[in-house]
Every structure is written in C-alpha cells, then in structure tokens.
Write a protein that binds this ligand. Structure first.
Ligand code: GTP
Ligand code: GTP
Ligand code: MG
Ligand code: MG
Lengths: 279, 292
C-alpha cells in the first residue's frame, strides 16, 4: 500500500491526501487519522497494510449504518409519497424519473407532481420523463404555488388509486430562509391531505460537492426532516466522501446513488462498493 | 475566524519570548486548515502554504508587534494575487457574431448563465443571439428558449434530432444574417472524462472558433475541481471561468483550485437564480471568503 515499508509521517501524509482527495472533509479525515495515531501509539497497527485496513473498516462501520434501502409495503401505505428536495442542479428531477421507472417497471402506478413552478422549463423537463416512465403528471401554470401542486397531486393520487407519488420541488439554497419556509409549507400540505405523508423526504446531494454538503444536509434536516439521501453523479471522478461525515453525524439512510444521466443509472447504496471505490 | 485563531496562537507564543520559525509554521497550520475547510484542493493548499511560508518566516513577521496581522496580510495578499485581477472583460473582438461558448459539468448553471450573459450584453446595447446546443437533456432547448423569451433575446430553433455541431453552424448563419453582435452557445453538461462528449466540444470549437470558451463551475465543488478544470483546459482549452451559486454559503475554495491549475481568469460569478444575478468577479472578496 502506497509503497511504504514502515509507518511514518510520510505514510500518514499520504493517507491524509487520499482522504482529502475523496472529499471526506477536514473533520472526518482528522477523526479517522486520529484513530490511526491512537492505534499506532497502542502498538495495534504495526504495518502500513494494517493502517489502510483500519481506515477502511472505520469507514465501513460508519457507512453500514447508512445502508438502509427503502422497503415499501403498499398494502400498508398507499399512496406512498416521496418529497424530493435539495439545492440547485443536484439531480432531483432526473433521480425521480429513475426511481419512478424502477417501480413502474414492477407494475406500480406512479404519479409525479411538478411542484417546481419556478424554473424555466422545469415542468416540461419532468413531462418528458413522466412520458418515458409511464407516470401520470400533475402540473399547474408557471409561478403557481408549489403547495397547490402538491395538494392536487395527493388528491389525484387518491382518486386514481396510485401506488407511488413523487413531489418534485425546485432547487433551492439551504441558506434562503423564504425558500426553506416554502418547503415547510409543501410538506405541511402533503401531510394535511394525506396523514403520514410524505413518507420519504429524499435529499439529493451531488457527489462533486465539497464540505458544503454537510451544511446542506444539516439545514434541510433541521427545517423539514430528511429520511433518505440520494448521492448523484458518482459516475464522474468525484468520490462523494462527504457522505461519510454526513452519515456519522446525521444517521440518515443513503437510499440511492446516481451513476449517470440515463433512466437505469440508479443503484442502491452499498457500503462495501463505496469504500472500495474510495481506495 | 482565521484572524482570531491566529491572534490566539501568537498571543500564546509571544509569551515565550522571541518568535521562531517553528512558531510561524504552527500558525500556518491554521491557515492550511482554513483553506482545506474551504474545499481548496489538498495539493493546491500544500503549494500555497509552502510559498507563503517563505515570506512569513521573514524578519518583518518575527520582529513585528502584531505578527498575527502580518501573517494574515501576507496570506491574504498572496491569495488575492493568485485569484487574478478581476474586471476581466469578455473578449468581443473580431467580426460579429462573436461566439461565446459555455461548458461544464452537469447542473452547474450553464443554461441559466447563458441567459444571464445575454442580459448582460443586452444592457450594454449589444444584440446577443442564443444557441441551444444541448440535445440530450429533456427540455434543455426549451429552457434556454424560455429565458430568451423572458429577455426579448432571439434564439435559434433547432430541428428535431439536429446534432449539436449542426445546430451551432446553422445558428451562426442565422446570427450572421440577423446582424447580431454575439452569440452565446449553451452546451450540454458533460463529464471531463467522457471522450465522445469532449470531442463534440472540440469539433464545435474547431468550426466556430469561439472568442471565449468559459468553464461554468459550481462554487460548492469540492476536491474534484482540479480534475474538472485541468481536463477541460487540457482537452478543450478554456479562456475563462464563471463561478455559480456564490449566493450560497460555500466558501468557494474551488476558485483557488481552478485558478491554480489553469491560470485562467474568473470573469463572473453567479449570485442567484434570476437573470440579473451575474456579478463581476472580485479577487479580494473571494480571498476573504475562502479564508473565512
Ligand atoms: N453524470 C450524471 N449526471 C446526472 C446524474 N443525475 C443527474 N444528472 C444530470 O444533472 C443535471 C441536472 O439534473 P436535474 O435532474 O435537472 O437536477 P435538479 O436537481 O432537478 O435541478 P434543479 O431542479 O434545477 O435544481 C442534468 O444534466 C442531469 O442529466 C448522475 O447520476 N450522473
Ligand atoms: N442559487 C443559484 N442558483 C443557480 C445559479 N446559477 C444557476 N442556478 C440554478 O442551478 C440549477 C441548474 O441550472 P442550469 O442552468 O439548468 O444548469 P446547467 O449547467 O445548464 O445544467 P445541465 O444542462 O443539466 O448540465 C437551476 O436550478 C438554476 O436556477 C446561481 O448563481 N445561484
Ligand atoms: Mg429539477
Ligand atoms: Mg443546461
């Protein structure tokens, strides 16, 4: 590993570089390296290979706790309602299409609520995807209240005996208080029209994001409560290591990873594969 | 803040008599931490700290009554000069319609920025023309056309299944005939490691010879910023950068990473979702933001 025969500061530096390059961030990298230093002091880690293994196991321990795929019991919960949120451009709309496709291919009736009433051609983009996956689409005119779209979507879902509803929301920076308030209202309306809903509040994070992903996850969680995370664009060169610190701190299940722009480019999160890819 | 951290360090150190080189190195560890927390690339941070160390270990800091302030000043000056000069203009030389091409990863804000740039030039009494060359993303063409409609800026209407290169070539003909001053080409988001799509950009570049190829990059990009910028610059060649979503709370260390690896100027920053949310880049403000 890293061509080293002994453990020295050079090895620790190289390890640190590896962790940073994978976007684990300062806090998590320090935490892992401190664990290594403790292990070295106690004489528990004697060879470089042991050090690498220690770090891997630590990451696995953290990430396995986040390896919780979504199991929907439609006999208990129908319609099952997803509310999909996140900052601008992370892949919310595309991820909805991918998940919808999975359930639609299993014979489930899917409805998508186009509650991004702000961005140019947001509804049109979703319309193309809804047609491709065979999902119903609920929309209103541009500029209308997203909560009104959510309201319509829930009522249409009940009337049409829909199994699965996705509410697509506009991208928004977590620091914009008024936009976060808007999201609270959408959630409240969904819950009012369908008690227990939204059953999954999915935060979509972009794997190329740095440590700002931690503030995103914290704030979205604080404001509306996040029950699942989708980490997109892992088909690039970014490793998405920021998810380690997020999982450790917030304990939110990582439901999916996005690995491309196509309808099938969605996988369930697997801690082992993720950690292997980091090394 | 970094300043208060350094103040605290130097207060503690001065109590022990004269400052040593080792003391300065300790202080620079805090600077290194600040940069890493700002998402500056790990290797770029290493190089930066080494170059700053040279100046910081000089007499002026060691003998200073306010070493913390001296170190901060050296770091800030160095960072600001690395950030470039600010006020970089968009190159509109050459016969109209001058081609400006926007490239970058998925979702970084290219289409929105194309609209913003069109508005920017419209404000300056130029006639921009928009060319929607993203044929992959659902409703991408429509998205750019809607922005054009909103601004009263004209745009090319691609045929169904028209290829991106042809869209640019035909779009240019329209722009030429219509007497427009410049054309802003919006391209599809793509990975820097996608050979076929990088080739597509090179073909558009070869045919249209854009005066400006601008890399649009998300201010919250992490360590990968070096890979992205390096690859786009080496495989395509960029003339400048636009850093988007600066209205968020990302420290924006990606800016330093991109500058370090390409030496190309950051010309604008995106500061919101509306079409008027485009500002000229200020290197000193960026330096302060990154240092935190
Ligand atoms: N390579 C890659 N691209 C992706 C992935 N997921 C989404 N994208 C792309 O990212 C871009 C943005 O996707 P959208 O679905 O529009 O993102 P969004 O979060 O809905 O964006 P806003 O609604 O504007 O906030 C598109 O070009 C998608 O094709 C992924 O897993 N890999
Ligand atoms: N807050 C904020 N949002 C921005 C900014 N620039 C773009 N956006 C938003 O980011 C999201 C993505 O913008 P697009 O213009 O669709 O990005 P793109 O690069 O064209 O995406 P692809 O074509 O899929 O690669 C949208 O929600 C935009 O409104 C900015 O400066 N600030
Ligand atoms: Mg969307
Ligand atoms: Mg676009």
């Amino acid at each position: 590993f890293l061509g080293k025969k002994t453990i020295d500061e050079g090895l620790l530096d190289e390890l640190e570089g590896l962790l940073f390059a994978a976007d684990l961030g300062v806090k998590t990298s320090d935490q892992l390296l401190e664990g290594v230093r403790q292990g070295l002091k106690k004489g528990e880690l004697k060879e470089p290979d042991k050090v690498k293994e220690f770090i891997k196991q630590e990451m696995l321990r953290i990430l396995r706790s986040g390896e919780k795929p979504l199991f929907i019991d439609f006999s208990q919960t129908r319609p099952f309602v997803f509310m999909v949120v996140g900052v601008n451009g992370t892949g919310k709309t595309t991820t909805i299409a991918k998940i919808a496709h999975q359930y639609s291919s299993q014979g489930r009736k899917v409805l998508i609520g186009a509650a991004d009433t702000f961005r140019a051609a947001a509804v049109e983009q979703l319309e193309v995807w809804a047609n491709r996956v065979g999902a119903d689409l609920i929309r209103q005119s541009r500029g209308s209240d997203p909560s009104a779209v959510a309201f319509d979507s829930i009522h249409a879902a009940k009337a049409r005996e829909i199994d699965l509803v996705f509410i697509d929301t506009a991208g928004r920076l977590h620091t914009k208080v008024n936009l976060m308030e808007e999201l609270k209202k959408v959630k409240r309306i969904i819950g009012r029209e369908c008690p227990g809903a939204p059953h999954e509040i999915l935060l979509v994070l972009d794997a190329t994001t740095g440590q700002n992903a931690i503030s995103q996850a914290k704030l979205f969680n604080e404001v509306i409560g996040v029950t699942g995370i989708a980490l997109t664009k892992l088909d690039g060169t970014a490793k998405g290591g920021i998810i380690v610190g997020i999982t450790e701190e917030l304990k939110i299940p990582i439901r999916y990873i996005g690995v491309g722009e196509g309808i099938d480019d969605l996988k369930e999160f697997n801690a082992n594969e993720f950690v292997q890819a980091l090394f | 803040s970094l300043t208060s951290k350094l103040d605290a360090i130097f207060k503690k150190l001065k109590g022990r008599g004269k400052l040593t080189e080792q003391n300065i190195k300790e202080a620079l560890k805090e600077v290194r931490m600040a940069l890493l927390e700002a998402d500056v690339n790990f290797k770029v941070v290493k190089d930066f700290i080494q170059s700053v160390e040279q100046r910081a270990i000089g007499q002026e800091v060691m003998a200073s009554l306010t070493p913390a302030q001296q170190v901060i000043k050296i770091v800030r000056d160095e960072l600001t000069s690395l950030m470039g000069h600010g006020e970089e203009r968009i190159n509109l030389s050459g016969s109209p319609p001058v081609p400006i091409m926007l490239v970058g990863l998925h979702g970084c804000g290219k289409t929105t920025t194309a609209g913003k740039l069109a508005r920017y030039f419209q404000e300056r009494k130029k006639r921009p023309y928009l060319i929607p060359a993203d044929v992959y993303r659902p409703a991408a063409i429509e998205q750019l056309q809607r922005l054009g409609q909103e601004l009263g800026v004209d745009f090319y209407r691609p045929e169904p299944s028209q290829a991106p290169l042809d869209i640019c070539l035909k779009g240019r003909e329209f722009a030429l005939r219509g007497g427009y001053d410049l054309m802003v080409i919006d391209t599809a988001g793509r990975l820097h490691i996608d050979e076929a799509l990088m080739l597509e950009l090179r073909e558009i570049k070869a045919s249209l010879k854009p005066k400006e190829i601008l890399l649009v990059a998300d201010a919250m990009t992490g360590q990968d910023a070096v890979n992205i910028a390096k690859n786009f610059n080496e495989r395509l060649g960029i003339d400048g950068v636009i850093l988007t979503k600066m209205d968020g709370d990302a420290r924006g260390g990606a800016a330093l990473s991109i500058r370090a690896v390409t030496q190309k100027p950051i010309k604008f920053i995106g500061v919101g979702e509306k079409l008027d949310a485009l500002e000229v880049f200020h290197p000193d403000r960026m330096a302060s933001r990154i240092l935190g």
